[in-house]
Design a protein around this ligand. Structure first.
Ligand code: MP5
Length: 215
């Protein structure tokens, strides 16, 4: 069985909870309070900025045949940061004034710990999990939209064909990287994928509940 098939099957219950999250449902149905979207945007801006570091470590560790493809992702992330900056300007808040909430901080730390502490394919599994969760989440939002969303640019960003192709490329590459590895290693990757899914769930939950540090 391909690793991606195994991951999807093993983490079906986690993914189901992600896709049923009220943040996504209300976003799709146009009833999500703007304060919750703003909170998400502020935290996701921090997430993407920090994810650039995660990416950079992965690029440094990449075998040569993957480096060129990976480097192309960096300007895409820069464009994404601009999307958040434009939104913040429209809404009148300053992104740099915001500190990471607990879940955002923890998720970013997990990404970096994976990049430095896991082997290459393990860290790659985490990247695949994070991107796959965003693709699936935003496709779910798009599926529920009955008219154009006020957040259309965000919907497009994570559902457009280029992003879908990129996530497919990540999955195919992961399968190539992990062919023939021992069960012990594959089960570690399954665990990392599950953890990534759990963080993804928590990220929507954090935004929905405007959850920050209790003290
Ligand atoms: C992504 C993201 C997707 N922006 N935020 C979270 C919490 N998970 C995944 O990553 P990218 O780099 O924006 O495609």
């Amino acid at each position: 069985m391909l690793l991606t098939e195994r991951l999807h099957k093993a983490c079906e219950p986690v993914w189901k909870k992600i896709l049923e999250h009220p943040f996504l449902k209300e976003l799709g149905q146009g009833t999500l309070p703007q304060s919750k979207f703003d909170f998400w945007a502020q935290q996701d801006y921090i997430f993407v900025k920090e994810a650039l570091r995660f990416f950079s470590v992965l690029i440094a560790k990449s075998p040569e045949f993957l480096q060129a493809n990976f480097i192309q992702a960096l300007p895409v992330l820069q464009n994404e940061l601009q999307l958040f900056r434009d939104y913040a300007r429209e809404r009148g808040f300053v992104l740099e004034d915001v500190e990471p909430a607990f879940v955002c901080q923890a998720y970013n730390s997990f990404l970096l710990a994976s990049a430095y502490g896991e082997d290459y394919a393990g860290a790659f599994t985490v990247l695949y999990g994070a991107e796959k969760a965003y693709l699936d989440s935003w496709l779910e939002v798009k599926r529920q939209l009955s008219k154009s969303s006020p957040y259309q640019k965000f919907v497009e960003n994570w559902t457009k064909k280029e992003f879908q192709d990129y996530v497919k490329w990540l999955g195919d590459t992961l399968n190539t990287l992990t062919q023939g590895l021992p069960e012990e290693t594959l089960s570690r990757y399954e665990y990392l994928y599950k953890l990534t899914g759990r963080y993804e769930y928590l990220f929507w939950e954090m935004a929905y509940k405007l959850e920050s540090w209790p003290v």
